[in-house]
Every structure is written in structure tokens, then in C-alpha cells.
Design a protein around this ligand. Structure first.
Ligand code: ATP
Length: 173
């Protein structure tokens, strides 16, 4: 069956569906959000770089498991990658990108990631299971108003702007 959301040129490609979170935490008067520095550096960034690696900031996310709803995935992945528990507020939107697998036969993958706005509930940032260090170098809070310029990927920066718009429209949040 044809998925009307997927452009024709991407139809035959491998597909991955992930979900992730923008976790809000009020620290003093300002909002912070939880970000991760992934362990693996994107191949295209590594080959273009002439100096030491710069920190890459990204939002916590991961593949939607069979039978799992994307908002549940977002909460689970936030916990696994940052060590904090969070509660859902609203869906922010989907981002789409294509990447080439750096392993196996180097297939192109069409990826859709749904992002949710979440509220910090409990836990210490970066208090993660040792096996998660394969994926996450470090998790940290960064001020919300710096996130739009610090995040490495345009799609994630757009998601942060949507989160900021939501907060402006819902100051009671
Ligand atoms: P997941 O976190 O969903 O389990 P993963 O860690 O296996 O996924 P991605 O984070 O999608 O994989 O990374 C695969 C490739 O896509 C990497 O080269 C990464 O740099 C690139 N990538 C990750 N996020 C984005 C994005 N928002 N826009 C463009 N490219 C991205």
C-alpha cells in the first residue's frame, strides 16, 4: 500500500520511524531542555573536519518498537539516553531526513522522527546505564534560548522553535 505521506522518490527506500523529546525544565526563571552529545560523529562531518571534533548536540530519540506508541517511545528514549523521567505535554511535529548507513551495504534510509514536548518529572541528567555510553557521550541541560543555535540538525532546530512558540502561546505551562 502506498503511504501518501512519503514522496514517490523515497518509496522504495528502507524506512526508519523514531520518536524523541524536547524535555522542559524550569531552572530559576528560565527554561532549560535536555540534550545529548552522541558518541558517533556523522561521517560527512568527520571527513570535512580539519581540527579536533566539536561537540554535536542532538535531541534524545530512538526507534519506535513494535506495539509501542510514539509518545511512549519518546518518554522511554529520553529516560534511556538522559536518565530523567518526563511527562507528555503535546506533539510538536515530525522531521524527515535521508542518511546513508555507514555499516553493512551502505543503504540509504528514509527516516521520520516524531518529536514531543515533555515536562521534566524526576531523575539526574546523565545518570544513565553503562551500556548506553555506546550511544551517548554526555547528556546535559542547556538553556532553551541557546538550543536553536546549538543543535546540529536543522530539523531539530525547527522543533525547538515550535516548542518556544508553544510556550509563548501557553505561558501557564
Ligand atoms: P535513533 O536515535 O533513531 O535510534 P540512530 O542513532 O541509529 O537512530 P540517527 O540519529 O538517525 O541514527 O543517525 C543516522 C545518521 O543520520 C547519522 O549520520 C546522523 O548524523 C544523521 N542524522 C541524525 N539526525 C539527523 C537529522 N535530524 N537530520 C539529518 N541527519 C541526521
Amino acid at each position: 500500500m502506498t503511504n501518501s505521506l512519503v514522496p514517490v522518490k523515497f518509496e522504495s527506500m528502507l524506512r526508519e520511524i523514531s520518536a524523541g523529546g524536547v524535555v522542559l525544565h524550569k531552572q530559576g526563571a528560565d527554561w532549560s531542555i535536555a540534550v545529548i552529545e552522541p558518541q558517533k560523529e556523522p561521517a560527512e562531518k568527520a571527513s570535512a573536519r580539519k581540527s579536533a571534533p566539536k561537540a554535536i548536540f542532538a535531541l534524545p530519540k530512538g526507534l519506535v518498537d513494535p506495539g509501542e506508541k510514539p509518545d511512549q517511545t519518546a518518554i522511554r528514549e529520553v529516560y534511556e539516553e538522559t536518565g530523567i523521567t518526563a511527562l507528555p505535554i503535546t506533539k510538536l511535529g515530525d522531521i524527515k531526513y535521508v542518511y546513508v548507513r555507514s555499516w553493512g551495504d551502505g543503504q540509504r534510509v528514509f527516516k521520520i522522527v516524531s518529536f514531543y514536548l515533555l515536562r521534566y518529572q524526576s531523575g539526574s541528567i546523565d545518570d544513565i546505564a553503562p551500556e548506553m555510553r555506546i550511544e551517548v557521550r554526555r547528556a546535559s541541560w542547556i538553556p532553551m534560548n541557546e538550543a536553536a543555535k546549538k543543535l546540529a540538525y536543522r530539523g531539530e532546530r525547527d522543533i525547538i522553535r515550535r516548542a518556544q512558540e508553544y510556550l509563548e502561546q501557553h505561558p501557564e505551562a
